[in-house]
Design a binder for this molecule. Structure first.
Ligand code: FMN
Length: 200
């Protein structure tokens, strides 16, 4: 539990959530912590097959999913087990999370079944708080962030984390729209600092 992991979840390189991820990491470092920024788009993740394999038995860790090491989903999950705190920087796509992130999240079903079965390798993970910055192009939309928030909330529970209320940013659409918005940048950095300072 030595470092923070920041998942940068956009399919677009160098955009607003990439910047938000770097600012979160900056906040963690400012608070004296270490942070790794992980760009999901660089990882191969296959979709959950809904095959029921993980539901059947007491297989553990990478063996719980029939897909095993055929892709890099478990490399990402391992970080959720080991991180002192986890942060997400994600755009909104069609009122929800980007498909690669959602594909990875669906693979987390194996941990849901493991927790349901009270398996100690997941049940005994330390209680932690996860945080998120969500960015969207539109300035309006009452429930713009709601789907993303709920999905992240239940995903991180697999790793014994509670999701803090996400920091939501509207009206940033073009690649560099967040860049130079000092007020918003400061609030993202502050979130990174808070994440580190309040992590056990
Ligand atoms: C496939 C796709 C779907 C999108 N859907 C929405 C949406 O439903 N609501 C919204 O406000 N913005 C939407 N956007 C705009 C992005 O949220 C916005 O451009 C954001 O800044 C992208 O973040 P990034 O720079 O980190 O890639 C969508 C963008 C893409 C590519």
């Amino acid at each position: 539990m030595s470092q923070a992991v920041v998942f940068a979840c956009s399919h677009r390189r160098g955009g607003n959530s990439d910047l938000a991820a770097e600012l979160l990491a900056q906040g963690v470092r400012r608070a004296g912590g270490e942070a790794e920024v992980v760009h999901l788009r660089n990882f191969q993740v296959m979709p959950c097959l809904a095959c029921g394999y993980c539901d059947a038995d007491v297989r553990q860790g990478v063996d719980r999913c029939v897909l095993g090491r055929q892709d890099q989903a478990f490399d990402l999950f391992a970080r959720c087990f080991e991180a002192r705190t986890v942060l997400f920087a994600s755009p909104i796509y069609f009122y929800h999370l980007p498909s690669r992130l959602k594909t990875w999240i669906d693979r987390g079903q194996q941990f849901w079944t493991a927790r349901r079965d009270n398996e100690p390798w997941v049940a005994d993970l330390p209680a932690r708080t996860a945080r998120a910055v969500l960015v969207a192009g539109q300035p309006s939309g009452e429930k713009l962030f709601e789907g993303a928030r709920l999905t992240l909330k239940y995903f991180v529970r697999n790793f014994n984390m509670e999701l803090a209320e996400p920091l939501t940013i509207r009206g940033v659409d073009q690649r560099t729209d967040l860049d130079g918005r000092a007020d918003l940048e400061a609030s993202v950095i502050e979130l990174g600092e808070t994440a580190w300072n309040s992590a056990g």
